[in-house]
Design a protein around this ligand. Sequence first.
Ligand SMILES: Cc1cc2nc3c(=O)[nH]c(=O)nc-3n(C[C@H](O)[C@H](O)[C@H](O)COP(=O)(O)O)c2cc1C
Ligand code: SF4
Length: 481
Amino acid sequence: MWRPPERIRWKPDAGRWPTAEEAASSRLFSPITAGPLQLASRTWVPAMVPWRATEDGIVTPEVLAWYERFARGRPAALVVEATGIRDVPSGPLLRIGHDRFIPGLAELVKRVRAASSGETRLLIQLIDFLAVRRRPEPETFFRRYLKITDRHREALGVATDDEAREKLLTLDGAALDEVLDVREMEALRMGYRERVTDTHLPHIRDLPKVLPDLFGRAARRAEIAGFDGVELHFAHAYTMASFLSALNDRSDGFGGSRAERVWLPLQAYGVVRSMVSSRVAVGCRFLAEDCIAGGNTVEDAGYYAKRFAAAGMDFLSLSRGGKFEDAKQPAIGEAAYPYTGPSGYECMPQFISDARGPFGRNLGPAAQIRSAVRASGRTTPIVVSGGIHGFAQAEAVLTDEQADIVGFARQALADPDWFRKVRLGRGDEIRICEYTNYCEALDQKHAQVTCKLWDRQSLDEPGVLKSKDGKRRLVAPNWEP
Ligand SMILES: Cc1cc2nc3c(=O)[nH]c(=O)nc-3n(C[C@H](O)[C@H](O)[C@H](O)COP(=O)(O)O)c2cc1C
Ligand code: SF4
C-alpha cells in the first residue's frame, strides 16, 4: 500500500471513555431518522467486503457469522458489503442479480435481527463494476491480446500482423511508448481495464440503458429479503463513481458537465425508488473527493449531494479516494487494485501517515458538503467515516456539525462490541484498531478478511469458525459484560 512520504507514525488515542450515563446523554447515542430508517443511535458500520461468499455469490455460514458478530455489538446501522447487481461470475463477492440470491440474503437479515434483538437496521450496498483484467505476460499480450492495426504496422515498418507481433516482442519500454497508444501501454503494464468512456464498446455505450433497471431490480430483491435499506454504491473505482467523475467526458448526455455526469446516478436512484416500497430507505455512498489528478473536488461533491438530497435520498454516506487511476502496477498475473495508490490511502488511511494523520481526513470535506446540503434547505443525514475510533472524536463530529451519523469500519472490525461497551461505560475494554491495514491486505488478496488483533486468539475454542487454512478465527471472540 502507498503511504505518504513523510512516514509519520501515528498511534490511535481514543481519549477518555464516557460513563454509561454520559454515553446515554450523548449525541452519538441519540436517535436519528433517515427517511423510513429509525436509528437508535448515530452509529453506522459501513460496507466491508470480507470475501466469504461462494464463487457463485451465495451467502455462506461464514458470511452469516461475519454479520451476526457485528450485529451483536448493536450498531444502529450495518451496511452489508458491496453486492453485485448483475448475474455474472464475480468471485466470492455477494450477489443480488437474480432471485436465487434472495433466500441466502433473507437468512442474513434474520440472523442480524436476532443477534441485535431487532436494534440494528440492516442495509445492503449495491454495486456495479466494469471489467478489470490481470496484468499479462508481455509475450501473451503481444501474441494474443494486442489488436494489430495499420498504425502498428506503419510505426514498426512491417507488412504483416505476425511480423508486427514478433518485432514488438523485441522492443524495450521507451521504444514501445513510440508504437503503442496510452491505452495499449496501460493494458500491457497494468492489465486491461474498461472505462465508462469506452463508448465504442456497445455494452459500455448502453450502460445508461441497462443500469437503472439492474439497480432497481436488485433493490427490489433486497426488500423481498427483508433489508431496511439499500445503499447505492456511487463511490471509489466502480461504474457509477466513474460516471460522476470529472474524468468522464462521454458526449451522450451522461458525461461532461456535472449535471450530465450525475444524470445516470439520478436515473438509477429514480428507478430504485419506484421499485421499492416506502418502507425501504434508499441512499448512496459517494466520494467527498476523488483524490486523483483531474478528479472530482469537494465542490463537485457538494453539487452532487444537493442533487441527491433534492431527489429525495434518505441518507448520503461519504467516502474518499479509492481509484484505479493512481493504483500501483500489479505483478504479472495479478489485477490492479484501486486502493494501492495515494487515493487508496485516502480511502483507508494507515497509521504511517503525513502531518494530517490518518484520523478524520474526510471530516473537513464532509462538513463542507453537509453545509451545502443544509444551505439548500435539505436535512438529509450525512454519514462520514475514516479513522474514527474514539468516543470523544465521534461526539465532536456531531457537535461540530461535520456529519449526522458516524461510520466505524475498521474499528468495528477490530472490536464489534465498541458500541455496546461504550454504552455500558466499559470503553476501557475496547480493542482499539491500530490502522495497520492487515485486514485490507487480506481484502486485496480476496482472502477471508479478519483482524490481526483477534484472529489468532483462542483458536481451540469449541465450535470456532476458522479460515480455510485453519490458522485464523473468522469472527472476534465473544465478549459479555
Ligand atoms: C476489508 C475492507 C473492505 C471494504 N469494503 C468496502 C465495500 O465493500 N464498500 C465500501 O464502500 N467501502 C468498503 N471499505 C471501506 C470502508 O467502508 C471505509 O470507508 C474505510 O475503511 C474507512 O473507514 P474506517 O477508517 O472507519 O475503516 C472496505 C474497507 C475494508 C477495510
Ligand atoms: S487488522 Fe484490525 S487493527 Fe489492523 S487495521 Fe484492520 S481492523 Fe484495524
